[in-house]
Design a protein around this ligand. Structure first.
Ligand code: SF4
Length: 447
């Protein structure tokens, strides 16, 4: 038995992998410690989606290597997307690392900690038969709050967006079965989880590889019946199909959040074409209007990339006008990150970093005004709120989230209430919104 420190970086999908590793280690009686200096083995579960994520991962590895020199750590283990992408370079760059595991070697984590030999990560284009995907029988221990959990419904991606390296890292798209996901949801509910967030690289594509026409809608129908779960949301919808059945299932459910996260990446047809995503501003407008028309009260979140190679001032204007017109409820904007091994890497002309940053700033400023106005429109209205606990800003206030606020990515709702006794994390209440504070809200519990 060893004490193990684990640093989980990157997106919720990586977080699920970290939770599975912890589950596997605890099953073998290893203990997870939050104190890196006490850890006999340190695992860094890395992300390498874009340059900033790579930098963060490298810093975490270097920090762990320093701890290994001075603390109790005997084994440094690097896992996740970074080694999957740069296995041989990493062996040379980080001689302090004792084991390097790729994304399909999660089940090897126990052997790696125990000091047993493990094979090196497969390189790009590996054998399909070795692709890893956990199921309901795989041990998993949540590292987030007890009342909210992610469920990875599929892994990999069959799209070929020109800027994205994920399909090369994570392999072809493969879905878990509905029955496995239902069993996992039941187990989570029995453990006290009230909110489930479904994640995958492409959630609306769920089940296509299993031959399901309306896979996500079918899955949601089943999860809707799981007792104890009060909120179900899904992130990362791909904007090609948003079927009638999916709309119907969302509308008929009391549990499925009227919240759609759909990364659109751009609105100019020329940029979308060179991104290898296709579509146009008019087509995206029709899709968004259809979703809004058919799902009353829906909150829409999206993300865009600015500074993609070849993006002209006119393309950017198209995007800016589109955002002004669509008035998204939530929006994230990234500057393009030039990633080797992606088709976009060879595209010219590149947009300067300065221009890309300026475009990002312009979009974010425009959005801040839209979001603030939308938040002001909520004043006086009542909503169901999931209590999270003490507010990040002050222990004196509580905070929670509305149906329209996804965990970790959106704002929160602060609770301004002297009568908060008896209110606990994971409880649902009704709140009346009293004030809008930028991306956050402030309200009073009324029931
Ligand atoms: S949909 Fe596109 S951006 Fe998303 S993971 Fe797949 S290839 Fe990457």
């Amino acid at each position: 038995m060893a004490k193990i420190g684990l640093i989980s970086l990157g997106c919720p999908k990586n977080q699920v992998d970290s939770e599975v590793m912890i589950g596997l280690l605890e099953k073998e009686s290893h203990e997870i410690t939050p104190d890196a200096a006490e850890a006999e083995a340190i695992i860094i579960n890395t992300c390498s989606f874009i340059n900033d994520a790579k930098e963060e991962s490298i810093q975490a590895i270097l920090e762990a290597a320093r701890i290994k020199e001075t603390g109790k750590c005997r084994r440094l283990i690097i896992t996740g997307c970074l080694p999957e992408r740069y296995a041989s370079e990493m062996r040379a760059e980080f001689p302090e690392a004792d084991v390097i595991l790729g994304v399909n070697q999660i089940a090897e984590i126990v052997r790696a900690v125990n000091g047993e030999a493990v094979p090196p990560p497969d390189s790009y284009g590996r054998n399909d038969a070795k692709l890893f995907l956990y199921d309901h029988k795989t041990p998993r221990r949540l590292i987030g709050p007890k009342y909210s959990a992610y469920m990875k419904i599929a892994e990999g991606c069959d799209h070929s967006c020109a800027f994205c390296v994920i399909p090369k890292i994570r392999g072809r798209f493969r879905s878990r079965s509905i029955s496995s996901l239902e069993k996992e949801a039941r187990r989570l509910a029995a453990d006290g989880v009230r909110e489930i967030t479904l994640v995958a690289q492409d959630t609306t594509g769920y089940g296509a590889d299993l031959g399901l026409k309306d896979g996500l809608a079918d899955l949601l129908e089943v999860l809707d019946k799981v007792k104890g779960i009060e909120w179900i949301r899904f992130l990362y919808a791909y904007p090609d199909v948003f079927g009638d059945k999916l709309i119907r299932v969302i509308n008929e459910s009391e549990k499925i959040c009227r919240y759609i996260d759909m990364p659109l990446q751009h609105a100019s047809a020329a940029v979308l074409k060179s991104m290898r995503r296709g579509g146009s501003r008019a087509r995206l407008t029709r899709m968004i209007e259809r979703i809004r028309r058919n799902i009353p009260g829906v909150a829409l979140r999206t993300t865009f990339i600015v500074g993609f190679p070849g993006e002209t001032a006119n393309d950017f204007k198209d995007l800016r006008d589109f955002c002004r017109e669509m008035e998204f409820d939530r929006m994230g904007v990234f500057t393009y990150s030039d990633e080797e091994d992606t088709p976009a890497f060879g595209l010219r002309p590149k947009v300067s970093a300065r221009t890309a940053k300026a475009r990002r700033r312009i979009l974010m400023e425009q959005q801040a005004k839209i979001a603030a106005r939308k938040n002001r429109e909520l004043i006086g209205k009542e909503f169901k709120i999931l209590i999270e606990g003490a507010a990040a800003e002050s222990d004196l206030l509580l905070q929670g989230r509305l149906e329209s606020q996804a965990p970790e990515i959106d704002g929160v709702c602060l609770i301004n209430d002297s009568e908060v006794e008896g209110i606990k994390s994971g409880d649902f209440h009704t709140i009346r919104i009293a004030k809008a504070m930028g991306h956050d809200l402030l309200g009073t519990i009324v029931g």
